[in-house]
Design a protein around this ligand. Structure first.
Ligand SMILES: *[C@@H]1O[C@H](CO)[C@@H](O)[C@H](O)[C@H]1NC(C)=O
Ligand SMILES: *[C@@H]1O[C@H](CO)[C@@H](O)[C@H](O)[C@H]1NC(C)=O
Length: 492
Protein backbone atom coordinates (compact mmCIF):
# COMPACT_ATOMS: atom_id res chain seq x y z
CA UNK A 1 0.00 0.00 0.00
CA UNK A 2 2.67 2.39 0.95
CA UNK A 3 4.60 2.32 -2.40
CA UNK A 4 1.73 3.45 -4.61
CA UNK A 5 0.79 6.23 -2.15
CA UNK A 6 4.38 7.38 -2.22
CA UNK A 7 4.46 7.19 -6.01
CA UNK A 8 1.26 9.19 -6.21
CA UNK A 9 2.66 11.83 -3.87
CA UNK A 10 5.79 12.19 -6.01
CA UNK A 11 3.65 12.51 -9.11
CA UNK A 12 1.53 15.22 -7.54
CA UNK A 13 4.60 17.13 -6.33
CA UNK A 14 6.30 17.00 -9.72
CA UNK A 15 3.11 18.17 -11.41
CA UNK A 16 2.96 21.11 -9.05
CA UNK A 17 6.62 22.05 -9.58
CA UNK A 18 6.25 21.85 -13.36
CA UNK A 19 3.29 24.10 -13.13
CA UNK A 20 5.27 26.65 -11.14
CA UNK A 21 8.20 26.61 -13.57
CA UNK A 22 5.95 26.87 -16.56
CA UNK A 23 4.33 29.81 -14.95
CA UNK A 24 7.75 31.46 -14.36
CA UNK A 25 8.85 30.80 -17.90
CA UNK A 26 5.59 32.17 -19.03
CA UNK A 27 6.24 35.36 -17.09
CA UNK A 28 9.68 35.83 -18.69
CA UNK A 29 8.28 35.16 -22.12
CA UNK A 30 5.48 37.59 -21.52
CA UNK A 31 7.92 40.21 -20.33
CA UNK A 32 10.22 39.66 -23.27
CA UNK A 33 7.51 39.83 -25.87
CA UNK A 34 5.94 42.86 -24.24
CA UNK A 35 9.33 44.62 -24.10
CA UNK A 36 10.39 43.79 -27.65
CA UNK A 37 6.96 44.05 -29.23
CA UNK A 38 7.41 47.53 -30.51
CA UNK A 39 11.13 47.76 -29.93
CA UNK A 40 13.26 49.25 -32.71
CA UNK A 41 16.89 48.46 -32.05
CA UNK A 42 18.13 51.06 -34.50
CA UNK A 43 16.45 53.90 -32.59
CA UNK A 44 18.11 55.53 -29.67
CA UNK A 45 15.98 54.38 -26.69
CA UNK A 46 14.77 57.69 -25.30
CA UNK A 47 11.14 58.74 -25.11
CA UNK A 48 12.01 62.32 -26.06
CA UNK A 49 14.49 62.34 -28.94
CA UNK A 50 16.12 65.52 -27.56
CA UNK A 51 17.24 63.67 -24.45
CA UNK A 52 20.70 62.29 -24.24
CA UNK A 53 21.88 58.89 -23.15
CA UNK A 54 24.80 58.71 -20.78
CA UNK A 55 27.01 55.75 -21.56
CA UNK A 56 29.54 54.70 -18.95
CA UNK A 57 32.50 52.77 -20.24
CA UNK A 58 35.18 50.92 -18.39
CA UNK A 59 37.93 48.63 -19.56
CA UNK A 60 39.43 45.68 -17.70
CA UNK A 61 42.77 44.91 -19.27
CA UNK A 62 43.32 41.17 -19.42
CA UNK A 63 46.48 40.77 -21.41
CA UNK A 64 48.96 42.53 -23.61
CA UNK A 65 49.30 40.04 -26.43
CA UNK A 66 51.96 41.80 -28.39
CA UNK A 67 53.67 45.14 -28.81
CA UNK A 68 55.21 45.22 -32.23
CA UNK A 69 57.84 47.95 -32.15
CA UNK A 70 58.64 47.58 -35.77
CA UNK A 71 55.09 48.17 -37.03
CA UNK A 72 54.06 50.27 -34.02
CA UNK A 73 51.08 48.07 -33.24
CA UNK A 74 49.74 47.05 -29.84
CA UNK A 75 47.54 44.00 -29.44
CA UNK A 76 45.50 43.75 -26.28
CA UNK A 77 42.75 41.62 -24.92
CA UNK A 78 40.20 43.48 -22.80
CA UNK A 79 36.89 43.09 -21.15
CA UNK A 80 34.71 46.03 -21.93
CA UNK A 81 32.03 47.11 -19.49
CA UNK A 82 29.37 49.39 -20.93
CA UNK A 83 26.45 50.74 -18.91
CA UNK A 84 23.50 52.87 -20.03
CA UNK A 85 19.77 53.32 -19.42
CA UNK A 86 17.24 52.08 -21.96
CA UNK A 87 13.90 53.78 -21.35
CA UNK A 88 11.99 51.20 -23.40
CA UNK A 89 13.34 48.27 -21.43
CA UNK A 90 11.75 49.03 -18.04
CA UNK A 91 8.89 47.22 -16.42
CA UNK A 92 6.82 46.99 -13.28
CA UNK A 93 8.23 44.14 -11.23
CA UNK A 94 4.96 43.34 -9.52
CA UNK A 95 3.19 43.02 -12.85
CA UNK A 96 5.66 40.42 -14.03
CA UNK A 97 5.92 38.09 -11.06
CA UNK A 98 8.73 40.00 -9.36
CA UNK A 99 11.25 39.56 -12.18
CA UNK A 100 13.98 42.09 -11.43
CA UNK A 101 16.37 41.47 -14.32
CA UNK A 102 16.42 39.73 -17.63
CA UNK A 103 19.02 38.81 -20.26
CA UNK A 104 18.90 39.81 -23.90
CA UNK A 105 21.25 38.92 -26.70
CA UNK A 106 22.93 42.19 -27.53
CA UNK A 107 21.88 41.81 -31.16
CA UNK A 108 18.24 42.30 -30.23
CA UNK A 109 18.46 45.69 -28.58
CA UNK A 110 20.05 49.06 -29.21
CA UNK A 111 23.72 49.26 -28.24
CA UNK A 112 25.91 52.36 -28.44
CA UNK A 113 28.19 52.49 -31.47
CA UNK A 114 31.44 52.69 -29.57
CA UNK A 115 34.52 52.33 -31.71
CA UNK A 116 38.20 52.11 -31.06
CA UNK A 117 39.41 55.19 -32.88
CA UNK A 118 43.04 54.13 -33.26
CA UNK A 119 42.20 50.70 -34.56
CA UNK A 120 44.58 49.34 -37.18
CA UNK A 121 43.19 45.83 -37.53
CA UNK A 122 42.47 45.06 -41.16
CA UNK A 123 39.83 42.46 -40.33
CA UNK A 124 37.74 44.57 -37.98
CA UNK A 125 36.55 48.15 -38.01
CA UNK A 126 37.31 48.60 -34.32
CA UNK A 127 33.67 48.50 -33.25
CA UNK A 128 32.39 46.41 -30.37
CA UNK A 129 31.01 43.19 -31.77
CA UNK A 130 27.51 42.43 -30.54
CA UNK A 131 27.16 38.84 -29.50
CA UNK A 132 27.24 38.46 -25.77
CA UNK A 133 24.17 38.96 -23.65
CA UNK A 134 23.21 42.17 -21.97
CA UNK A 135 21.61 42.32 -18.59
CA UNK A 136 18.62 44.62 -18.16
CA UNK A 137 17.06 45.50 -14.82
CA UNK A 138 13.46 46.45 -14.30
CA UNK A 139 14.51 50.11 -14.23
CA UNK A 140 15.94 49.82 -17.70
CA UNK A 141 19.57 49.87 -16.62
CA UNK A 142 21.54 47.95 -19.21
CA UNK A 143 24.95 46.51 -18.49
CA UNK A 144 26.88 44.93 -21.28
CA UNK A 145 30.08 43.05 -20.49
CA UNK A 146 31.90 41.92 -23.55
CA UNK A 147 35.34 40.49 -24.23
CA UNK A 148 37.20 42.00 -27.11
CA UNK A 149 40.68 42.04 -28.55
CA UNK A 150 42.02 45.23 -30.01
CA UNK A 151 44.78 46.01 -32.42
CA UNK A 152 45.66 49.62 -31.91
CA UNK A 153 48.34 51.86 -33.27
CA UNK A 154 50.89 53.01 -30.75
CA UNK A 155 53.55 55.61 -31.32
CA UNK A 156 56.73 54.05 -30.07
CA UNK A 157 59.68 56.08 -28.89
CA UNK A 158 62.69 53.80 -29.05
CA UNK A 159 65.12 56.49 -27.86
CA UNK A 160 66.17 54.80 -24.62
CA UNK A 161 65.75 51.22 -25.95
CA UNK A 162 66.08 48.75 -24.19
CA UNK A 163 65.40 50.92 -21.13
CA UNK A 164 62.31 52.53 -22.57
CA UNK A 165 58.81 53.33 -21.35
CA UNK A 166 55.93 53.26 -23.77
CA UNK A 167 52.55 54.94 -23.62
CA UNK A 168 49.91 53.31 -25.75
CA UNK A 169 46.40 54.71 -26.06
CA UNK A 170 43.12 52.93 -26.38
CA UNK A 171 40.93 55.66 -27.74
CA UNK A 172 37.20 54.99 -27.53
CA UNK A 173 34.29 57.13 -28.68
CA UNK A 174 30.90 56.99 -30.31
CA UNK A 175 31.35 56.99 -34.04
CA UNK A 176 28.15 58.77 -35.13
CA UNK A 177 26.48 60.23 -32.07
CA UNK A 178 27.34 63.65 -30.81
CA UNK A 179 28.01 64.30 -27.16
CA UNK A 180 24.47 65.58 -26.75
CA UNK A 181 22.94 62.34 -28.01
CA UNK A 182 25.38 59.92 -26.41
CA UNK A 183 27.50 61.24 -23.60
CA UNK A 184 30.42 58.95 -22.97
CA UNK A 185 31.64 58.93 -19.38
CA UNK A 186 34.32 57.08 -17.48
CA UNK A 187 33.38 54.87 -14.58
CA UNK A 188 36.57 55.41 -12.62
CA UNK A 189 39.80 57.30 -13.12
CA UNK A 190 41.72 54.19 -14.17
CA UNK A 191 41.06 50.93 -15.94
CA UNK A 192 40.49 47.76 -13.96
CA UNK A 193 43.76 45.87 -13.75
CA UNK A 194 42.80 43.25 -11.17
CA UNK A 195 42.63 40.51 -13.80
CA UNK A 196 45.74 41.50 -15.70
CA UNK A 197 47.95 38.59 -16.69
CA UNK A 198 51.62 39.55 -16.35
CA UNK A 199 53.57 40.07 -19.50
CA UNK A 200 57.09 38.70 -19.88
CA UNK A 201 58.38 41.63 -21.84
CA UNK A 202 56.66 44.55 -20.17
CA UNK A 203 55.81 45.83 -16.75
CA UNK A 204 52.40 47.47 -16.60
CA UNK A 205 52.82 50.72 -14.67
CA UNK A 206 49.21 51.82 -14.84
CA UNK A 207 46.31 52.55 -17.09
CA UNK A 208 44.73 55.92 -16.30
CA UNK A 209 41.78 57.18 -18.28
CA UNK A 210 41.18 60.68 -19.59
CA UNK A 211 37.89 62.05 -20.90
CA UNK A 212 38.09 64.57 -23.66
CA UNK A 213 35.54 66.52 -25.62
CA UNK A 214 36.61 67.11 -29.12
CA UNK A 215 35.12 69.55 -31.61
CA UNK A 216 35.45 68.69 -35.25
CA UNK A 217 35.32 71.18 -38.08
CA UNK A 218 32.14 69.61 -39.44
CA UNK A 219 29.83 70.16 -36.54
CA UNK A 220 29.34 72.49 -33.60
CA UNK A 221 28.58 69.68 -31.15
CA UNK A 222 31.23 68.17 -28.91
CA UNK A 223 32.31 64.58 -29.40
CA UNK A 224 33.36 63.05 -26.10
CA UNK A 225 35.90 60.28 -26.05
CA UNK A 226 37.80 58.24 -23.53
CA UNK A 227 41.53 57.71 -23.76
CA UNK A 228 42.90 54.79 -21.80
CA UNK A 229 46.64 55.15 -21.72
CA UNK A 230 48.56 51.92 -21.11
CA UNK A 231 51.85 52.79 -19.43
CA UNK A 232 54.44 50.14 -20.05
CA UNK A 233 58.04 49.74 -19.02
CA UNK A 234 60.24 47.25 -20.83
CA UNK A 235 61.87 44.47 -18.84
CA UNK A 236 65.43 44.95 -20.08
CA UNK A 237 67.00 41.70 -18.80
CA UNK A 238 66.51 39.87 -22.07
CA UNK A 239 68.23 42.57 -24.08
CA UNK A 240 70.88 43.08 -21.45
CA UNK A 241 71.92 39.44 -21.47
CA UNK A 242 71.57 38.86 -25.18
CA UNK A 243 72.83 42.10 -26.65
CA UNK A 244 74.42 44.45 -24.16
CA UNK A 245 76.50 41.91 -22.26
CA UNK A 246 78.18 40.23 -25.26
CA UNK A 247 78.92 43.65 -26.71
CA UNK A 248 80.31 44.78 -23.39
CA UNK A 249 82.57 41.73 -23.20
CA UNK A 250 83.82 42.29 -26.73
CA UNK A 251 84.44 45.90 -25.80
CA UNK A 252 86.39 44.91 -22.71
CA UNK A 253 88.65 42.40 -24.44
CA UNK A 254 89.36 44.84 -27.23
CA UNK A 255 92.18 46.71 -25.41
CA UNK A 256 93.96 43.38 -24.87
CA UNK A 257 94.93 43.47 -28.53
CA UNK A 258 97.72 45.82 -27.49
CA UNK A 259 99.14 43.07 -25.28
CA UNK A 260 99.53 40.72 -28.22
CA UNK A 261 103.17 40.91 -29.33
CA UNK A 262 103.34 42.47 -32.80
CA UNK A 263 105.58 39.60 -33.93
CA UNK A 264 102.79 37.09 -33.33
CA UNK A 265 100.95 38.39 -36.40
CA UNK A 266 97.58 37.90 -34.67
CA UNK A 267 96.76 41.50 -34.02
CA UNK A 268 94.83 42.41 -37.12
CA UNK A 269 92.95 39.11 -37.09
CA UNK A 270 91.89 39.72 -33.51
CA UNK A 271 90.71 43.27 -34.27
CA UNK A 272 88.77 42.24 -37.34
CA UNK A 273 87.07 39.30 -35.62
CA UNK A 274 85.75 41.52 -32.84
CA UNK A 275 84.61 44.11 -35.34
CA UNK A 276 82.76 41.50 -37.39
CA UNK A 277 81.07 40.02 -34.32
CA UNK A 278 79.79 43.46 -33.38
CA UNK A 279 78.47 44.20 -36.82
CA UNK A 280 76.50 40.94 -36.70
CA UNK A 281 75.09 41.97 -33.31
CA UNK A 282 74.12 45.37 -34.63
CA UNK A 283 72.28 43.64 -37.45
CA UNK A 284 70.29 41.64 -34.89
CA UNK A 285 69.33 44.77 -32.96
CA UNK A 286 68.31 46.78 -35.96
CA UNK A 287 66.04 43.98 -37.12
CA UNK A 288 63.87 44.30 -34.02
CA UNK A 289 63.48 48.07 -34.14
CA UNK A 290 61.27 50.32 -36.21
CA UNK A 291 63.04 51.70 -39.22
CA UNK A 292 63.01 55.29 -38.13
CA UNK A 293 65.68 57.91 -38.30
CA UNK A 294 64.22 60.48 -35.93
CA UNK A 295 65.64 58.74 -32.90
CA UNK A 296 68.57 56.38 -32.57
CA UNK A 297 68.06 53.89 -29.74
CA UNK A 298 70.46 53.93 -26.84
CA UNK A 299 71.70 50.46 -27.67
CA UNK A 300 72.35 51.57 -31.23
CA UNK A 301 74.43 54.47 -29.96
CA UNK A 302 76.33 52.09 -27.71
CA UNK A 303 77.01 49.72 -30.61
CA UNK A 304 78.00 52.59 -32.86
CA UNK A 305 80.39 53.91 -30.21
CA UNK A 306 81.85 50.44 -29.73
CA UNK A 307 82.30 49.86 -33.45
CA UNK A 308 83.89 53.29 -33.80
CA UNK A 309 86.30 52.47 -30.98
CA UNK A 310 87.13 49.09 -32.50
CA UNK A 311 87.73 50.76 -35.84
CA UNK A 312 90.10 53.23 -34.22
CA UNK A 313 91.88 50.34 -32.49
CA UNK A 314 92.33 48.56 -35.80
CA UNK A 315 93.65 51.75 -37.37
CA UNK A 316 96.10 52.35 -34.53
CA UNK A 317 97.25 48.76 -34.87
CA UNK A 318 97.95 49.14 -38.56
CA UNK A 319 100.05 52.24 -37.90
CA UNK A 320 101.87 50.55 -35.03
CA UNK A 321 102.63 47.46 -37.09
CA UNK A 322 103.82 49.64 -39.95
CA UNK A 323 106.25 51.47 -37.68
CA UNK A 324 107.28 48.27 -35.94
CA UNK A 325 108.33 46.54 -39.15
CA UNK A 326 110.50 49.31 -40.60
CA UNK A 327 112.98 47.63 -42.90
CA UNK A 328 116.70 48.34 -42.53
CA UNK A 329 117.75 51.29 -44.61
CA UNK A 330 114.69 53.33 -43.76
CA UNK A 331 115.03 56.92 -42.71
CA UNK A 332 116.04 57.76 -39.19
CA UNK A 333 113.37 58.88 -36.77
CA UNK A 334 112.78 62.60 -37.34
CA UNK A 335 114.03 64.68 -34.42
CA UNK A 336 110.59 66.04 -33.54
CA UNK A 337 109.10 62.57 -33.29
CA UNK A 338 112.12 61.32 -31.39
CA UNK A 339 111.74 64.17 -28.94
CA UNK A 340 108.01 63.66 -28.47
CA UNK A 341 107.96 59.88 -28.38
CA UNK A 342 111.30 58.70 -27.13
CA UNK A 343 111.79 61.43 -24.55
CA UNK A 344 108.49 62.74 -23.25
CA UNK A 345 105.96 60.01 -23.93
CA UNK A 346 108.44 57.29 -22.98
CA UNK A 347 108.79 58.96 -19.61
CA UNK A 348 105.08 59.53 -19.15
CA UNK A 349 104.16 55.95 -20.04
CA UNK A 350 107.24 54.40 -18.39
CA UNK A 351 108.36 52.50 -21.46
CA UNK A 352 111.80 50.89 -21.35
CA UNK A 353 113.40 51.44 -24.69
CA UNK A 354 115.15 48.73 -26.68
CA UNK A 355 117.22 51.21 -28.61
CA UNK A 356 119.65 53.40 -26.75
CA UNK A 357 118.98 57.05 -27.14
CA UNK A 358 122.43 57.87 -25.82
CA UNK A 359 124.02 55.65 -28.45
CA UNK A 360 125.28 58.71 -30.25
CA UNK A 361 127.26 59.98 -27.31
CA UNK A 362 128.64 56.52 -26.68
CA UNK A 363 129.65 56.27 -30.29
CA UNK A 364 131.49 59.50 -29.99
CA UNK A 365 133.24 58.21 -26.89
CA UNK A 366 134.09 55.00 -28.67
CA UNK A 367 135.46 56.93 -31.58
CA UNK A 368 138.92 57.84 -30.24
CA UNK A 369 139.37 54.33 -28.85
CA UNK A 370 138.59 52.91 -32.22
CA UNK A 371 141.11 55.26 -33.63
CA UNK A 372 143.67 53.98 -31.21
CA UNK A 373 143.48 50.63 -32.89
CA UNK A 374 144.50 52.18 -36.12
CA UNK A 375 147.68 53.46 -34.52
CA UNK A 376 150.48 51.23 -35.66
CA UNK A 377 151.78 48.86 -33.02
CA UNK A 378 155.13 50.44 -32.87
CA UNK A 379 156.21 48.71 -29.79
CA UNK A 380 155.12 45.21 -30.43
CA UNK A 381 157.72 43.83 -28.08
CA UNK A 382 155.71 45.25 -25.22
CA UNK A 383 153.05 42.75 -26.04
CA UNK A 384 155.46 39.87 -25.56
CA UNK A 385 158.13 41.28 -23.28
CA UNK A 386 159.80 37.96 -22.60
CA UNK A 387 159.72 36.66 -26.10
CA UNK A 388 157.71 33.81 -24.71
CA UNK A 389 154.37 32.37 -25.22
CA UNK A 390 151.27 34.39 -25.67
CA UNK A 391 149.83 35.38 -22.36
CA UNK A 392 146.99 33.37 -20.97
CA UNK A 393 147.47 30.62 -23.44
CA UNK A 394 145.55 27.60 -22.37
CA UNK A 395 147.16 24.80 -20.42
CA UNK A 396 148.25 21.96 -22.61
CA UNK A 397 145.52 19.52 -23.23
CA UNK A 398 143.12 21.41 -21.03
CA UNK A 399 140.97 22.38 -23.99
CA UNK A 400 140.66 21.66 -27.60
CA UNK A 401 142.64 24.75 -28.29
CA UNK A 402 145.28 24.86 -30.89
CA UNK A 403 148.60 26.62 -30.41
CA UNK A 404 150.05 28.87 -32.94
CA UNK A 405 153.41 29.63 -34.40
CA UNK A 406 154.65 32.70 -36.22
CA UNK A 407 153.72 31.48 -39.65
CA UNK A 408 150.16 31.67 -38.53
CA UNK A 409 149.70 27.95 -38.91
CA UNK A 410 147.90 26.33 -36.17
CA UNK A 411 149.21 23.17 -34.63
CA UNK A 412 146.77 21.38 -32.55
CA UNK A 413 147.31 20.05 -29.09
CA UNK A 414 150.87 20.87 -28.59
CA UNK A 415 152.41 22.39 -25.56
CA UNK A 416 153.06 26.10 -25.96
CA UNK A 417 156.68 25.82 -26.70
CA UNK A 418 157.18 28.75 -28.98
CA UNK A 419 160.48 30.41 -29.42
CA UNK A 420 161.18 33.03 -31.97
CA UNK A 421 163.67 35.32 -33.27
CA UNK A 422 162.51 38.72 -32.11
CA UNK A 423 163.75 40.69 -35.09
CA UNK A 424 162.16 38.48 -37.68
CA UNK A 425 159.13 38.25 -35.51
CA UNK A 426 158.86 42.02 -35.29
CA UNK A 427 158.90 42.66 -39.04
CA UNK A 428 156.75 39.66 -39.76
CA UNK A 429 154.20 40.40 -37.13
CA UNK A 430 154.03 44.04 -38.11
CA UNK A 431 152.96 43.02 -41.58
CA UNK A 432 150.47 40.60 -40.17
CA UNK A 433 149.19 43.05 -37.66
CA UNK A 434 148.74 45.74 -40.26
CA UNK A 435 146.78 43.29 -42.36
CA UNK A 436 144.73 42.29 -39.36
CA UNK A 437 144.22 45.90 -38.43
CA UNK A 438 142.96 46.72 -41.89
CA UNK A 439 140.51 43.85 -41.79
CA UNK A 440 139.46 44.71 -38.29
CA UNK A 441 138.81 48.26 -39.35
CA UNK A 442 136.66 47.09 -42.21
CA UNK A 443 134.77 44.81 -39.86
CA UNK A 444 134.41 47.56 -37.30
CA UNK A 445 133.10 49.91 -39.95
CA UNK A 446 130.63 47.29 -41.15
CA UNK A 447 129.53 46.53 -37.65
CA UNK A 448 129.10 50.20 -36.91
CA UNK A 449 126.99 50.68 -40.00
CA UNK A 450 125.00 47.66 -39.13
CA UNK A 451 124.55 48.89 -35.64
CA UNK A 452 123.47 52.30 -36.85
CA UNK A 453 120.95 50.61 -39.11
CA UNK A 454 119.82 48.39 -36.33
CA UNK A 455 119.51 51.37 -34.10
CA UNK A 456 117.29 53.16 -36.59
CA UNK A 457 115.16 50.04 -36.70
CA UNK A 458 115.11 49.77 -32.96
CA UNK A 459 114.21 53.40 -32.61
CA UNK A 460 111.26 52.98 -34.95
CA UNK A 461 110.33 49.91 -33.00
CA UNK A 462 110.45 51.98 -29.84
CA UNK A 463 108.27 54.63 -31.41
CA UNK A 464 105.85 51.85 -32.34
CA UNK A 465 105.84 50.40 -28.83
CA UNK A 466 105.33 53.82 -27.24
CA UNK A 467 102.51 54.53 -29.68
CA UNK A 468 101.16 51.13 -28.67
CA UNK A 469 101.16 52.16 -25.04
CA UNK A 470 99.56 55.52 -25.80
CA UNK A 471 96.86 53.84 -27.87
CA UNK A 472 96.29 51.29 -25.12
CA UNK A 473 95.84 54.11 -22.63
CA UNK A 474 93.30 55.97 -24.72
CA UNK A 475 91.41 52.82 -25.72
CA UNK A 476 91.14 51.80 -22.07
CA UNK A 477 89.86 55.27 -21.17
CA UNK A 478 87.27 55.16 -23.95
CA UNK A 479 86.28 51.60 -23.03
CA UNK A 480 85.76 52.49 -19.39
CA UNK A 481 83.75 55.56 -20.40
CA UNK A 482 81.48 53.61 -22.75
CA UNK A 483 80.95 50.73 -20.33
CA UNK A 484 80.18 53.11 -17.46
CA UNK A 485 77.68 54.96 -19.63
CA UNK A 486 75.77 51.82 -20.63
CA UNK A 487 75.91 50.33 -17.14
CA UNK A 488 74.67 53.55 -15.56
CA UNK A 489 71.79 53.59 -18.02
CA UNK A 490 71.06 49.95 -17.19
CA UNK A 491 70.73 50.96 -13.57
CA UNK A 492 73.00 48.12 -12.50
C1 LIG B 1 3.20 48.34 -10.43
O1 LIG B 1 1.96 47.63 -10.63
C2 LIG B 1 1.14 47.57 -9.47
C3 LIG B 1 -0.08 46.73 -9.78
O2 LIG B 1 -0.45 46.80 -11.08
C4 LIG B 1 0.81 49.00 -9.04
O3 LIG B 1 0.04 48.92 -7.89
C5 LIG B 1 2.07 49.79 -8.82
O4 LIG B 1 1.77 51.12 -8.50
C6 LIG B 1 2.95 49.75 -10.02
N1 LIG B 1 4.21 50.39 -9.70
C7 LIG B 1 4.72 51.36 -10.43
C8 LIG B 1 6.02 51.89 -9.95
O5 LIG B 1 4.15 51.78 -11.38
C1 LIG C 1 36.86 60.29 -15.00
O1 LIG C 1 38.20 60.61 -15.28
C2 LIG C 1 38.63 61.82 -14.73
C3 LIG C 1 40.02 62.02 -15.18
O2 LIG C 1 40.05 62.23 -16.55
C4 LIG C 1 38.54 61.77 -13.23
O3 LIG C 1 38.94 62.99 -12.67
C5 LIG C 1 37.13 61.46 -12.83
O4 LIG C 1 37.04 61.30 -11.43
C6 LIG C 1 36.66 60.19 -13.51
N1 LIG C 1 35.29 59.94 -13.22
C7 LIG C 1 34.87 59.02 -12.37
C8 LIG C 1 33.42 58.86 -12.23
O5 LIG C 1 35.66 58.35 -11.72
Amino acid sequence: MAPWILRFAVFLLSCFLCQQEAQCLDEVLRLRTSLLEKYQKSIRPVRDYRDGITVHLNVALRQITDLDEKNQVLKTFCWLRVYWKDEYLAWNETEYGGISSIMFPSREIWIPDIYLYNNVDEQSDGGLQPGTNVKVTSEGEVSWLTPSSFTSSCKIDIGPFPYDDQNCLLHFGSWTHTGIQVDLQNVSDAADLSDFADNGEWWLLGMPVRREEKFYSCCPEPYPNLKFSINLRRRPMFYFFNLVLPCLILLLINPLVFYLPPDSGERMGFCMTILLALVVFLQLVSESLPKTSDNIPLIGKFFAGTIFLLGLTAMANIIILHLYYRRPGSKAVPPVIRKIFLVYLAKIFCVTKASDCDEKEKDEKDGPEAFKISNPFVDVTQMFPFGGSAPNSPEPGSRDYGTWDCSGRVRRKEPPRVTFNLEAMQTNSLIYLKEILRSVNVIVKDIKEQRADENVELEWRDVAMILDRVALFFVIMATVGLSMAILLFSGL
